[in-house]
Design a protein around this ligand. Structure first.
Ligand SMILES: [Zn+2]
Length: 91
């Protein structure tokens, strides 16, 4: 069973309590964005092989969103951190 550490509850819980929320640290396109910039913002995401920053929600726990660095090759979580915090440097 995969365990994920919620940075708010400060404990590891089973993966089934969490929902994936997509790529972390996205910056919304400004109102003045071109159609191409809007398309990039709405539809295109990084698809990295390796450590990736993601949003997760502790849906069956505290209900809060947080960020995580997860290795997409090994499916191992490197670290989790609270929403709004800067991305930690990856190993
Ligand atoms: Zn939690």
């Amino acid at each position: 069973m995969l365990l994920i550490r919620c940075p708010y509850c400060e404990m590891e819980r089973p993966e089934v309590e969490f929902k994936y929320g997509g790529q972390a640290h996205l910056v919304r396109a400004p109102e003045t964005a071109t159609d191409e910039e809007w398309t990039d913002f709405l539809y295109f995401r990084d698809n990295l092989k390796g450590v990736h920053a993601e949003r997760w929600r502790h849906a069956s726990g505290c209900g809060r969103f947080f960020n995580a660095l997860r290795n997409t090759v090994s499916d191992k979580f490197v670290v989790t951190y609270k929403a709004g915090e800067a991305r930690p440097s990856s190993p």
